[in-house]
Design a protein around this ligand. Sequence first.
Ligand SMILES: Nc1nc2c(ncn2[C@@H]2O[C@H](COP(=O)(O)OP(=O)(O)OP(=O)(O)O)[C@@H](O)[C@H]2O)c(=O)[nH]1
Ligand SMILES: [Zn+2]
Length: 196
Amino acid sequence: MSFTIPEVVDGVELVGGAAPARTPDPLEGLARQLLVEIGEDPDRDGLRGTPARYARWWREFTDYDPGRIETVFQSVGSDQLVEVNDIKVWSLCEHHLLPFWCEVSIAYVARGRLLGLSKFARIAHDHAHRLQIQERLTQGIADAVVEASGSPDVAVRATGEHLCMTMRGIRTGARMNTSVLRGVFQSDPQMRARLS
Ligand SMILES: Nc1nc2c(ncn2[C@@H]2O[C@H](COP(=O)(O)OP(=O)(O)OP(=O)(O)O)[C@@H](O)[C@H]2O)c(=O)[nH]1
Ligand SMILES: [Zn+2]
């Protein structure tokens, strides 16, 4: 049995003819130049589709659509502590354009409104899908949860690993912890102690 491997150029399968004309993304030119600068041949087999893939992933990452984040329900009480833990997000360090991941925990005291469970992860991904530092990521999530839940009592904690520190530079696997405490989580040690 024999297989025909279709030729793929810029992510487009060639079936017995030339690829349809399309306007290249300007990011493709940057990727080609990057490949040349690091001593690669952008026209060699394995790399021919790479500039288009590179452009696609940057567009995909930065055009991230969090969907609807404003769905709220009537609260069942006035002081329930709600926590959503271990939301893993990937972001990009704005200093080196290298990835960092964070596990984010979000807590709030529901005061009249309940935020839909999935919305915490949507908010976290929304703030991760841009060039960031971890402190601003944590703060942006806290601000968004205050706005969406209408509660001033919000705690956001994040633990992250930054590839700019683990795969280059100092090359240490240290984790970074950040936290933003608002309302009762800042003023009341007993409320802080309730956080898991
Ligand atoms: N506070 C903070 N620093 C970050 C974050 N991500 C990366 N950094 C740091 O940003 C700093 C940039 O430092 P520079 O001295 O300008 O860059 P560099 O010479 O590449 O630094 P090294 O990583 O120490 O080699 C580094 O210390 C990074 O570890 C972040 O989310 N928060
Ligand atoms: Zn960095």
